[in-house]
Design a protein around this ligand. Structure first.
Ligand code: SF4
Ligand code: F3S
Ligand code: FES
Length: 238
């Protein structure tokens, strides 16, 4: 199929503001948008800047705004986003500074991630046999959803609350906090909940659901945020 990629371009060293450029490409319907972007970069305009690594939906590095919604370019089939002769729009994620073209500065995103202590905290002595801390399948299941997160930032950069104030910790960091708050081996629940109870913590979530819609791992983001809110409101983690 012959389609047009309409890509938002911005080079801060040369441009005053972003502008759109259109590129005709010929692709198989079952190729991914990432393949079409490679066609542009490798054969039409090598100055196009984009991030990608695994090309298989695992590393989370090629999130972009595709036809107005956040998605991973390597997981989107052309046949699902455009008809023969049509146009696909591609922009960088919203709410973060553009470094060049489709690449944004993810440091504020990862600062929020680090703020919730995304690791197990437990200074208690190991069991007597000196081996690992055992966990029941039920206890492991309690935080399973959050373990699927690939930190792609699609949720946080789809959130209107984050667009209006990027000090908001954002849904991705809350999902990460949830993963450890509900892990029965962890002992830092109070510290994490205190971070999320701050002015720009979990209460900035207005239950818009854009995050859930954007998540490429089908994580029920808004539901997990609700569980964290409930833990704060009731003082119980269950
Ligand atoms: Fe990406 Fe989903 Fe994780 Fe958000 S929760 S960072 S959308 S994988
Ligand atoms: Fe934003 Fe998701 Fe809440 S889109 S407002 S974090 S439900
Ligand atoms: Fe790794 Fe798309 S390139 S998720």
């Amino acid at each position: 199929m012959k389609v047009t990629l309409k890509i938002k371009r911005f080079n801060p060293e040369a441009d005053q503001k972003p502008h759109w450029e259109s590129y005709p490409v010929e692709v198989e319907p079952t190729e991914r948008l990432l393949d079409a972007l490679h066609q542009v970069k490798w054969f039409q305009d090598g100055t196009l800047a984009l991030r990608r690594s695994c090309a298989h939906g695992i590393c989370g590095s090629d999130t972009m705004r595709i036809n107005g919604g956040n998605r991973l370019a390597c997981k989107v089939l052309m046949q699902d986003i455009v008809k023969d002769g049509g146009t696909v729009t591609v922009e960088p994620m919203l709410g973060l500074k553009v470094i060049k073209d489709l690449i944004v500065d993810l440091e504020p995103f990862f600062a929020h991630y680090r703020s919730v202590m995304p690791y197990v905290v437990n200074d208690e002595a190991l069991p007597e046999d000196g081996r690992e801390r055992l966990q029941s399948p039920e206890a492991r299941e309690r935080f399973d959803q959050g373990t699927k997160c690939i930190l792609c930032a699609a949720c946080t950069t789809a959130c209107p609350s984050f667009w209006s104030n990027s000090t908001y910790v954002g849904p991705a960091a809350i999902v990460q906090a949830h993963r450890f708050i509900f892990d029965d081996r962890d002992r830092a629940t109070d510290e994490r909940l205190a971070v999320l109870n701050e002015q720009f913590g979990v209460w900035r979530c207005r239950t818009v659901f854009n995050c859930t819609e954007a998540c490429p791992r089908d994580i029920p983001v808004t539901q997990l945020i609700g569980e964290v809110k409930r833990a704060l409101a009731t003082g119980r983690v269950e």
